[in-house]
Design a protein around this ligand. Structure first.
Ligand SMILES: Nc1ncnc2c1ncn2[C@@H]1O[C@H](COP(=O)(O)OP(=O)(O)OP(=O)(O)O)[C@@H](O)[C@H]1O
Length: 590
């Protein structure tokens, strides 16, 4: 894919060695990774990290934040003389929110360490075999990638986990880690590792040749915001902020900032020749990303969605699309529908063998899948050239699938932060990228929520796309059409879908389950968003149509009844649980 923006807007006018990185590592970055020059964020942050400062990094999605923190760690570990050994245990800890991100960082680390075989990479994460992890920790892991829950588990229960030499703690996607409700776990981890600013207690006595090394913590995300403030305050000492405005992000300790909109200092970096995208309360989005929305009445959502997908794949021979849904059930239903639905608009004869509606490969990824399946999907989608990935927000953060050309947010993302991360799966490293957000007419105010962060979307020409389809060999003109939902193409497609589902009982059951969890997820919007996504405004018959169901299924399934009972009990005992959003997010999203 051709770069959509000029190189100088992505890369700094210097080399990795100019930043102070060790020459073998620079060779490795060039030869093994194909990185000729550092990105702007790398040029600004690497020297500061090399200098041993605590750092807070805020830069747009897909700008190379992973290497920003890994390269300086490898640089320092490589320089220890005599060489570090496995028995020295863990020197660096990278905390990430999801299984997939854990694997991704681990893979990058493996590549970077190719010539440094004595520096051992490793990971621990929820869902993996604890005993195998224990064995690996016992042998020693120099740079450990971890999800917070499993790390805490090992810190408490794996006595052979050696971390007395720990020097770096990195929080990649720091805000997401907290969003997922890991705040308490993180505080406990910091305490156990003796890495809180004050009053920290370490469980292991440091008495090695590395004990004089100062601790260094680093927080990164494309959307660092006030939520991270507390974590930053307890974990960072005198931090340097890269790409962040300290007026919007006030920290107690003295702060040096680099690359923020009102930066007046180029600090210790040798090549801050460009500032990062501004972050004056606005989110950093890739400048070349084309962002659009499509306004669709609820009952026509599914048919418009399928039509747009068909249009995308018919018009480009190589296409990778990621689609976001609000629930695991919705992913499962749409995945099965897209994989099985057969229909051709050009044959009237019902008995003819019909071709598949979508001919590309379809993948799905969500938190209710087996870890092994998640891993297989993750790796397979990476290498495909023509494919669809249907996912929940488990895919929204940090994942770097090459050449994703389009992001569709079929279910709205909730907070603007999530919007930014979801669209950030495309338009990475200056490549082209498009995003499309589905909104119902009643939800259009959501655009103003995005505007508050300077995120503007233009309208997608949906009628033009629909007019391009042929029904029985004829173009489907909408000139006389008053409302989108009456477009002949959509009406015919909806009928075909409903009749298809009528004959596919398994799929119909999936549709019913998806319908119920979709409504529950819709009702779970909080705060300001509750005003925009009003569950009472939903016409449930229309919602049913959007799952290709002729009739509205009952919302009162057995699971729902149990949940209601639990909710009422909670209310009696003093209101909703404190982190309602988190529990709902865990239940429906990931
Ligand atoms: N200096 C570089 N030159 C060329 N490509 C690079 C360079 N640094 C990183 N990349 C590539 O850029 C892509 C994005 O990097 P990375 O995933 O670290 O971005 P990110 O800023 O962490 O994104 P997100 O905010 O979505 O997590 C990756 O494919 C990575 O290999």
């Amino acid at each position: 894919m051709k770069k959509a923006v000029e190189e100088k807007e992505i890369f700094a006018a210097c080399s990795f060695s100019n930043l102070g990185l060790e020459s073998t590592l620079c060779d490795q970055l060039r030869e093994r990774m194909g990185f000729e020059a550092p990105t702007l964020v790398q040029a600004q942050a690497i020297p500061v990290i090399l200098a041993g400062r605590h750092v807070l990094v805020n830069a747009a999605t897909g700008t190379g934040k992973t290497v920003t923190y890994l390269a300086p760690i490898i640089h320092h570990l490589h320089k220890y003389n005599p060489r570090i050994e496995r028995s020295d245990g863990t020197f660096a800890l990278v905390l990430v929110p999801t299984h997939e991100l854990c694997m991704q960082v681990y893979e990058i680390l493996q590549k970077l360490l190719h010539r440094f075989h004595w520096i051992v990479p490793g990971y621990v994460m929820g869902g993996e075999n604890r005993n195998k992890e224990k064995a690996r920790l016992r042998k020693g892991i120099s740079i450990l990638i971890a999800t917070p829950g499993r790390l805490l588990d090992h810190l408490k229960n794996t006595t052979s986990f050696m971390h007395a030499n720990l020097r770096w703690i990195i929080f990649d996607e720091a805000d997401m880690i907290l969003e997922l409700g890991f705040g308490k776990a993180i505080e406990e981890i910091l305490d156990l590792l003796g890495s809180r600013n004050k009053d920290s207690v370490s469980t292991q006595k440091s008495a090695s040749r590395f004990s004089s090394s100062k601790r260094q913590n680093i927080l990164l995300s494309a959307t660092l915001n006030e939520k991270v403030n507390r974590l930053a305050n307890i974990s960072l000492e005198d931090p340097v902020m890269v790409g962040l405005d300290d007026k919007k992000f006030p920290l107690k300790s003295s702060v040096q900032k680099i690359g923020s909109s009102d930066s007046d200092s180029d600090g210790e970096t040798r090549h801050p020749d460009k500032t990062l995208s501004t972050s004056n309360g606005n989110y950093n989005l890739p400048a070349q990303l084309v962002q659009r929305y499509v306004k669709v009445p609820c009952g026509s959502r599914l048919v418009v969605f399928l039509s747009i997908l068909k249009h995308l794949f018919d018009s480009e021979s190589s296409q990778k699309v990621v689609i976001f849904f609000s629930t695991c059930n919705a992913v499962d239903f749409h995945y099965s529908l897209l994989s099985e639905f057969c229909w051709s608009s050009n044959t009237e004869d019902e008995d003819k063998l019909r071709p598949k509606f979508m001919k590309c490969k379809t993948f799905r990824l969500h938190g209710n899948m087996q870890h092994e399946d998640r891993r297989t999907t993750f790796n397979a989608f990476k290498t495909e050239k023509l494919a669809l990935l249907l996912s929940t927000d488990v895919c929204a953060r940090g994942l770097d699938f090459p050449k994703v050309r389009y992001i569709i947010q079929y279910d709205s993302p909730g907070e603007a932060t999530e919007y930014v991360h979801r669209v950030g799966r495309t338009a990475r490293m200056g490549e082209r990228g498009d995003s499309l957000l589905f909104l119902q007419p009643t939800e259009i105010e959501y655009l103003q929520e995005l505007e508050k962060h300077n995120v503007s979307l233009s309208e997608y020409p949906v009628l033009k796309v629909l007019d391009g389809f042929q029904l029985y060999g004829q173009r489907t003109h909408s000139k006389k059409v008053i409302a989108l939902e009456l477009h002949p193409w959509l009406v015919t497609l909806q009928r075909a879908l409903e009749s298809f589902l009528g004959n596919e009982q398994k799929l119909k059951q999936l549709a019913k389950e998806a319908f119920c969890s979709w409504v529950r997820a819709y009702a779970a919007h909080r705060g300001e968003l509750k005003r925009i996504f009003v569950v009472k405004m939903l016409h449930l018959g229309h919602v049913a149509r959007s799952f290709a169901l002729k009739d509205q299924p009952s919302l009162v399934g057995r699971t729902h009844q149990l949940q209601e009972k639990k909710r009422k009990k909670n209310q009696k005992m003093g209101g909703l649980p404190k982190r309602r959003k988190t529990s709902i997010k865990k239940e429906v999203n990931l």
